[in-house]
Design a protein around this ligand. Structure first.
Ligand SMILES: *Cc1c(COP(=O)(O)O)cnc(C)c1O
Length: 368
């Protein structure tokens, strides 16, 4: 058995070992088929069963109502930034309200501006994107087609504890770094999407859950690959889908169902893990500081700093040598970040917690 480290990367991120082992075991030939998943037709009955099982797993875990379609798309989360306003804003003459809580929602808003009218309902710049807004702070345009959020800002580790109040308007949500980490109240959403490489599988596929009345609004003058309605009509098989990535999403969701059964359990597991780290941070007398304000702290990505850059460098180096890898913060903000998605075992988080305590004890005297 090869040695695997604890990989705290924000994405592509750690995958559950049982899913990787299953893929490895069957890589040369799917059982009974004599061909690899990498070699089969996307129109074959075998792949059809795989994509249907992936969808059924997502429907079961997320309790997706029948009036929503599940699409497996390409182009990453970022294609959705443009494709959503291209389909739902461009021709309406109506605005969409964007809640800007960090880098990803900011980028989504600027992409939307190329397609239609964007109303910024709140922007967290004043406190350096360290929190989500209260409902009282929101200034939503009631004429909006939708209200856009990024439910978990991966870079700064800022997460909505619950959905914002929208006055009945549908939410459109980038849940790339948290989908399947906790239950979600889907009827409040028009569109909920996530690229796979954080919490669902490998890079290459984006899961888009979209209410069917949104599909009816898609204009006819778009190329079919950029039209959700066309995509849904062909059940995501308008062209060759990312076959292997979809297969891995199936294996990962099989694992979630086997291991946890439902997302309430997954949520509990993730919150307990995150609490181990937040507790140690709070116990170390300001040696570590969390970027996110209390109440907005993410259970998936914990962005934190040490007293100075030299200590951060030393911290990352020592962590690496213990098999605690990829803890450096995003290049835009620096510092450290621990991404602890579903596939990060509790033992990995405990190992990080213990190391953080030890590092604090060894270095607390070096800071005044
Ligand atoms: C990673 C990430 C993205 C970008 O995803 P791509 O698939 O690389 O386009 C967008 N939004 C969030 C919240 C992310 O975490």
């Amino acid at each position: 058995m090869v040695k695997r480290v604890y990989n705290f990367s924000p994405g592509p991120a750690m995958l559950p070992l049982p899913a990787l082992e299953e893929a490895q075991r069957d890589l040369l030939a799917l059982p009974g088929l004599g061909m690899s998943i990498l070699e089969i037709s996307h129109r074959s009955p075998t792949f059809n069963a795989i994509i249907e099982a992936a969808e059924a797993n997502l429907r079961q875990l997320l309790k997706i109502p029948d009036d929503y379609a599940v699409l497996f798309m390409q182009g990453g989360a970022r294609l959705q930034f443009g494709m959503i306003p291209m389909n739902f804003l461009r021709k309406t003459g109506r605005p969409a309200s964007y809640i800007v809580t960090g880098s990803w929602s900011k980028l989504a808003a600027s992409e939307a501006q190329t397609q239609g009218q964007v109303h910024i309902a709140w922007d967290g710049k004043a406190t350096n994107y360290d929190r989500v807004p209260t409902n009282e702070q929101l200034n939503i345009d009631p004429n909006s087609v939708y209200v856009y959020i990024c439910s978990n800002e991966t870079i700064a580790g800022v997460q909505f504890p619950t959905e914002p109040e929208t006055g009945g308007l549908p939410l459109v949500c980038d849940a790339s770094s948290e989908l399947l980490s906790r239950p979600v109240d889907l009827p409040r959403y028009g569109i909920l999407y996530a690229c796979a490489q954080k919490n669902l599988g490998p890079a290459g596929v984006t899961v888009v859950i979209i209410r069917k009345d949104f599909l009816d609004m898609c204009p006819d003058d778009l190329p079919s690959m950029l039209n959700y309605k066309r995509f849904a009509e062909e059940k995501s098989l308008l062209n060759t889908p990312p076959v292997f990535a979809v297969y891995m999403v199936k294996l990962v969701t099989d694992w979630l169902i086997r291991e946890f059964g439902n997302l309430e359990k997954v949520k509990q597991f993730n919150e307990e893990k995150a609490q181990l780290i937040y507790d140690v941070i709070d116990r170390c007398q300001g040696f570590y500081t969390v970027h996110a304000a209390p109440g907005s702290r993410s259970a998936m990505n914990i962005a934190f700093r040490l007293p100075n850059g030299d200590l951060e460098k030393e911290f990352l180096k020592q962590a690496e040598s213990r098999g605690l890898c990829n803890l450096q913060g995003h290049r835009s903000v620096g510092g450290c970040r621990a991404s602890i998605y579903n596939a990060m075992p509790r033992e990995g988080v405990v190992a990080l917690r213990d190391f953080m305590l030890e590092f604090y004890e060894a270095n607390r005297n070096k800071v005044g």
